[in-house]
Ligand binder design. Structure first.
Ligand code: ATP
Ligand code: ZN
Length: 314
């Protein structure tokens, strides 16, 4: 009995994911681009997505964060300093470009003609796809920060190489982050102090929310230790919602993450009293919240419960 159980659970989850994906595609919320976790988006998706983002921004308005926007790629040198490649090499992705001469181009075209993959003719271009939108900010504030600390509002593209048929797991997505850089106390306060407001915002959307310690997919054997440390030190919390009911674990649609001095050390950021700065991020997973709404309330927002529509100003 116990031996067959995992298969049964995973099949039920696979079926639940496939059903949601099929509904989103059939009802023209998302458009299949032919690669797992990569979708085009239609008007109804954008309508809800924009409402989610606006509500998220409104819930953080009192922070008076400085608005910053960055491109979807980051310089390799900046990426290096985040140490992302040590923890998540399997999620990282780089840009390559053709730098060869005519001869190399002919070889590329010949390979293409033979139906072979031709990307090996490209060279790494010192650019990484951004896996988290806050990365570039730390390099901008290297040095001493003001006494009261700094708050930033950053939204942008994230890319993580995790192809999946689960419509909640995209390769290209957006997170809206509210970042604080300050003292150990103010960073912790930023992370913890906003948790109730984030929770009630998401619950106001008619979503069932639990706040749980995060268990990030750190890579490899060392990763297991890092993951345990993350849980034991209570560094990161996730706002999870049971998109697939009892068929699988609830999915993280937002997070509240204390980095301690990780970025302060890597980017040489110090507080006014000369200590290494600490930082914390509140991240709204915009596509995940949007898709969780479609999963919970159906693909026609006009028929959603009145209080949900009100919370989203739809
Ligand atoms: P920080 O910037 O503080 O380091 P982070 O990089 O740990 O945060 P995550 O918590 O990993 O950020 O991601 C933020 C949110 O982005 C998640 O809560 C989730 O909602 C969303 N997200 C993460 N991965 C995916 C994915 N593959 N597809 C869609 N959304 C995702
Ligand atoms: Zn961040």
């Amino acid at each position: 009995m116990t031996i067959t159980e995992p298969t049964t659970v995973s099949t039920a989850l696979d079926r639940a994911r496939a059903a949601l994906r099929a509904t989103l595609l059939e009802d023209r919320v998302l458009i299949d681009l032919g690669s797992p976790g990569l979708y085009g988006r239609t008007g109804v998706f954008e309508h809800v997505y924009a409402a989610v983002d606006t509500a998220a921004v409104r819930s953080m308005a009192d922070l008076q964060s400085s608005v910053l926007r960055f491109p979807p790629v980051e310089p390799l040198a900046a990426f290096e300093r985040t140490d992302y490649i040590a923890s998540f090499p399997d999620l990282a992705a780089s840009i390559s470009a053709f730098t060869g001469d005519d001869r190399a181009h002919r070889a590329l075209l010949a390979a293409r003609e033979r139906g072979e993959r031709w990307e090996s003719f490209l060279e790494p271009a010192d650019l990484m796809l951004a896996p988290a939108v806050c990365h570039p900010v730390y390099g901008l504030v290297t040095g001493t920060i003001p006494q009261q600390g700094l708050w930033f509002d950053i939204v942008g593209d994230s890319f993580r190489r995790e192809p999946s048929l689960d419509p909640m797991r995209l390769q290209a997505f957006h997170m809206h982050e509210f970042v604080h850089i300050g003292t150990p106390d103010s960073a912790k306060e930023h992370r913890d102090g906003r948790i109730p407001a984030m929770r009630s915002l998401l619950e106001g959307f008619g979503l069932e929310i639990d706040v749980v310690p995060a268990n990030d997919p750190f890579f490899g054997r060392v990763g297991k230790i890092l993951a345990r440390n993350q849980v034991e030190a209570s560094l990161k919390y996730e706002f999870v919602t049971p998109v697939y009911g009892d068929a699988g674990e609830a999915t993280a649609i937002s997070s509240a993450n204390l980095h301690e001095d990780h970025f302060g050390t890597s980017f040489s950021i110090t507080t006014a009293d000369g200590e290494t700065a600490h930082s914390a991020c509140l991240a709204f997973g915009l596509e995940r919240i949007t898709i969780a709404l479609f999963a919970a309330h159906g693909t026609d927002p006009a028929s959603w419960p009145a209080d949900v529509r009100r919370a989203l100003a739809l």
